[in-house]
Design a protein around this ligand. Structure first.
Ligand SMILES: NC(=O)c1ccc[n+]([C@@H]2O[C@H](COP(=O)([O-])OP(=O)(O)OC[C@H]3O[C@@H](n4cnc5c(N)ncnc54)[C@H](OP(=O)(O)O)[C@@H]3O)[C@@H](O)[C@H]2O)c1
Length: 148
């Protein structure tokens, strides 16, 4: 929402922890606007930022000027994760093997960036549900999708 998330920092701790566990030690590819919303490189991961503009001069960040260039940089790492935002998810959808989604069970008005709609070739292959608790203000699920 205007460059921010739909909930406050620390209000959905399970999602953040899961994201960190999945991506630590790997490459993460993000759009320049997502970097703007974070401001710094995420630690213990190779951050690759896609922009059509100038190279980004932030420690820990490699700049790519196309998704193809980002994938080539990520080849040096065991795994690479596309971490948004909406523009990058949409363009990279055909290039990924698996989607790790956190689905949060809430309806919030004012969202202005969306994950692309998945075509039926993407099938849900696992789902783990979690209730509201002290660290998470909404119920949520970790869901994986793979192409069949
Ligand atoms: N909830 C979540 O899990 C989550 C995850 C990630 C992000 N987000 C949110 O998503 C929002 C940002 O998403 P967004 O869709 O507006 O932007 P975005 O995808 O993060 O970044 C878009 C930018 O990426 C660059 N770009 C896009 N396609 C490119 C290409 N083919 N080649 C080179 N550069 C390319 C351009 O940068 P330049 O303009 O510099 O050329 C473009 O303006 C933020 O609000 C963020 O908080 C949410």
């Amino acid at each position: 929402m205007s460059g921010g998330l739909l909930w406050g920092r620390g209000e959905m701790h399970g999602d953040i922890t899961h994201f960190k566990e999945l991506t630590t030690g790997s490459a993460v590819i993000m759009g320049r606007k997502t970097l703007d919303s974070i401001g710094v490189a995420l630690p213990n991961r190779q951050n690759i930022v896609v922009t059509r503009g100038k190279d980004i001069e932030i420690p820990g960040i490699k700049t790519a000027h196309s998704l193809e260039e980002a994938f080539a940089i990520a080849d040096d790492y065991k795994d690479a994760f596309i971490m948004g935002g909406g523009e990058i998810y949409k363009q990279a959808l055909n290039d990924v093997e698996k989607i790790y989604a956190t689905e949060v069970d809430v309806s919030i008005s004012g969202a202005d960036v969306f994950f692309p709609k998945l075509d039926p070739a993407w099938q849900k292959t696992s789902e783990e549900q979690f209730p509201v608790d002290n660290d998470n203000i909404y119920p949520y699920s970790f869901v994986t999708y793979e192409k069949r």
